[in-house]
Every structure is written in C-alpha cells, then in structure tokens.
Ligand binder design. Structure first.
Ligand code: MN
Ligand code: MN
Length: 451
C-alpha cells in the first residue's frame, strides 16, 4: 500500500494551510492541558459561533448548533441537519484526558527538610520520563460546603514549577543494574513542593507550605476532595529546522479532539446531523460517569429525539449512524524498527491513519469494522482529497492498544478508528507532523460532509 509524503505532494498553498492550522492547534493544547480546561475552552469557542446548551432548549430544529456538558469533564457538540437523526447521523468520538500524574488524597509529607507531594500516575506511562522535567499543577479543590477553587501553577512565565528528582549518575551503580520496572517504582514519583521552614514545629516546612496554600483558600483536609493533575510545564513547540513537526504534551488525544472540534465548527453545510463526542477517562479504561461507557451519550440522543419531536427510538439512530473513533495511532520510529511490521506501520507525514485493528496478539480487544465500512471511508476520503494511510499499531505480538471505538460499536453504530500518528506516544512531550495534523482535520471534515 502506498505511503506518500504529503510535503512532496502538496502545493505551496496546502503546505501553508497545514502550518497556519498548526499554530492554532499548538496554542489550544498549550492552554488546555486538562479535560476540564478542554471542556471550558471548547464551550466558550462554540458559544461564540452560536452553539446553545440543549438543557435549556424546549425544541430542537434543523440548523441548530447545540452542546451538552457532563460534570464539567465531558461534552458533546452537534449541528442538526435536515435529515432526521433516526435516518443516520455522523459521530466523531475522541478522548480529552491524557496520561499524567495525579496527587494522592493525602499527598503531603516532609522528609529531611523537603516537602513532597505524593502522586499516583494516570494512564500508561514510562515512569522515568517524568523525572527531572519542569511540571505544572492544575487543581480543582471542592470544600465540604461545595465551594470550588481552581489552582493553576507552573505554566505562566513567572510561575514556579515542580519536579521529581533522580539520583546522580555518580551514585547510581545499584540503580542502573535494576530493570526499568524495578528502578522506578510508582511510590518514588514524589514532587518537590517546598523547603523553607516556618517556625519550630515537628514539620516546619509543611507548616509553611500550608500557610502558602491558605492564600488559595486550601487546607490539608480539602485535598481529600480535590483533583490535582500534574502535567509537563511549557507550551507546544515547533520541532526541527524545517518546523515540520510539533512537540507537545497530551497530543494523545487532543490532536484528534481539537481537529474534530474544528472540523465541526468549520462545517457550514449540514445535511446529516454531525456530532463531536468528547469523553474522559479513556486512559484508565473508560469506566466512570464521564467516560465513553457512561449512559450520558445514550441519554443525550434520547433528549435529542424528544426535543426534535421524533417518534423513533435510539435503535434507529444507532443502526443508521456512522462513527469515527478519533484516537492517535503509532508512527514508525526508525530507532525502534524491530517493534513494527514495516509493511503496515504508519509513516510520519503520510497523512491521517485509518486502523482496522488496534488489538495485539489475536486482535484481542479490537473493534473490527466491516470491509464495507472501510470501503466507504476510503471512498469519501479519496473523493475529498484527504491524505491518509492504512496502519497497524505495531508487530502482532509486541503489544496492542484499545480505543473507545468498542463502546460505540457495541451500540450497533458502524465505527472505525481514524486519527493522527504520533511518535513517543504517552511521553511527557509527544511528536506529531503538521502534515498529519492538517490531514486529520481534512479527514474529519470529509466524514461530516459525506452523504
Ligand atoms: Mn488515545
Ligand atoms: Mn493513550
């Protein structure tokens, strides 16, 4: 199967579009590193173009642009078309959580004059990636009275940052002999928080730290009902002399969530209703109330049927609809060719990835779309000049991945995985190509507009 390099193929105008789209993308992911921030910002942007919360609407008619938020951590956006939704709608589903470190409920301790925060990692990470880099803290603290305080430290230019220390090479004779698993235990991912003691107390530095946190209105007990997400500090940057690549945090899966959101906002002709479904908790298995397995999605469609005065049921909507599970794919990393099947691996700069299977070994956990559905996707992408490539994650017996495709396919919605390829997936800073980011946006636009 051909894998053609977009930079070779594209005219100057197309290349410039890919570069300017990437500027907006970099800004968005730099400023919205948590699922709550993603929800807030996307709703703010959507409202500016006329989207309304369906909760307050009595009637929904073709031409309406709508959204519904679930617990500040999940959101669905939609544009209602002339074709009744029970005759088939278009769904693009992406996740807005990303691998990170969460603070534990009782995180603070003092040892040898240093106060640390204990963390519990979220999602599949290589723990050693997170040592000795600058980290930022995003917190939502809820008091017993329900008062909510948002704390963000580490991403503004003059903010302090945080870090996890590592042993100097000079004293690492024992450490380097351990396996990676044994050498970096999860309980060692503790963040340096403060070192100035307050007064003579059993834990004088901790006491001082809480006097500082007191300025934010936070006490130690409130941390039990808080969400503190520790993420890499700093913005997404151009990578390489030719600036063809993007180095940034959380591109799995904000590259797909941002491009699908933009594709929806920028789609002006709406024949079939089109939706972006943004879910949380994908990286930990999609079990919670804001995840892809939550009934929120079905309830949303029920509400739509009621408010469009339809007599039809969910069954009709799902059976006739088509979905893209918009999640990242793995790009061939030339330093680690042994992990990939070179005939089936996705290449950087060769366009959006279409994945038939995500599972490893005997395709375990995979959501196989039918050949008919793949043929339809090929057709609409080719008709719309979308630059794309078929791909598989890696060698059959090297591992595998899962996506939220399964939770929509099981509703009897035809679903296929399609997203941007990434190098260094799940590392603090992941790599994408501007050609692939822009191609993904084009792919999603083609999907929304297709008959
Ligand atoms: Mn993902
Ligand atoms: Mn992931």
């Amino acid at each position: 199967m051909l894998k053609t390099n977009a930079w070779k193929l594209w005219k100057q105008e197309e290349k410039e579009k890919a570069f300017s789209f990437s500027e907006e993308y970099k800004k968005f992911i730099s400023e919205n590193k948590t699922e709550r921030k993603f929800v807030n910002k996307s709703v703010e942007l959507a409202k500016k173009t006329g989207f309304q919360d369906i909760t307050a609407m009595e009637k929904i008619v073709p031409g309406d642009s709508i959204f519904k938020i679930n617990k500040n951590k999940q959101v669905i956006f939609g544009k209602i078309g002339e074709v009744p939704i029970e005759e088939g709608a278009r769904f693009i589903v992406a996740h807005i959580d990303a691998p990170r470190l969460d603070l534990k409920p009782n995180p603070v301790y003092e040892d040898e004059g240093i106060v640390f925060f204990k963390t519990h990692y979220y999602g599949g990470i290589k723990k050693y990636h997170w040592l000795t880099i600058p980290l930022a803290l995003y917190g939502t603290v809820v008091s017993k009275t329900g008062e909510i305080k948002m704390i963000e430290i580490g991403d503004k230019t003059d903010d302090p940052v945080f870090t996890i220390t590592d042993l100097l090479p000079h004293l690492s004779r024992d450490q380097v002999k351990k396996t990676i698993e044994e050498g970096f235990p999860g309980e060692n991912l503790n963040i340096v928080a403060a070192t100035i003691p307050m007064e003579d107390d059993k834990e004088p530095v901790k006491k001082n730290l809480f006097s500082i946190l007191g300025q934010y209105g936070v006490n130690e007990e409130d941390l039990i009902s808080s969400e503190f997400e520790v993420v890499p500090a700093g913005v997404a940057r151009d990578l390489g002399f030719d600036r063809s690549l993007i180095l940034g945090y959380g591109q799995d899966d904000r590259v797909c969530s941002y491009t699908s959101f933009r594709a929806l906002i920028d789609s002006s002709e709406v024949k079939r209703s089109m939706f972006c479904v943004f879910v949380d908790q994908e990286e930990i298995g999609s079990y919670g109330s804001t995840s892809a397995q939550s009934a929120f999605f079905q309830f949303f469609i029920e509400e739509l049927l009621e408010k469009t005065k339809s007599k039809k049921s969910l069954r009709d909507v799902f059976e006739n609809s088509r979905a893209i599970s918009a999640d990242v794919s793995s790009l061939l990393d030339p330093g680690y060719k042994e992990a990939y099947d070179l005939r089936n691996a996705a290449r950087i700069g060769c366009g959006a990835c279409v994945e038939r299977t995500t599972g490893g070994r005997g395709k375990a956990g995979s959501t196989e779309p039918t050949a008919e559905y793949i043929a339809w996707i090929r057709k609409i992408f080719d008709e719309n000049n979308v630059h794309w490539q078929p791909s598989e994650l890696g060698k059959i017996e090297q591992g595998g991945g899962g996506t939220v495709a399964t939770f929509f396919a099981r509703l009897n919605i035809q679903t296929i995985d399609c997203g941007t390829g990434v190098i260094s997936m799940h590392a603090p800073f992941e790599v994408t190509s501007k050609a692939d980011v822009y191609s993904t946006y084009n792919a999603y636009k083609a999907f929304y507009s297709a008959e």
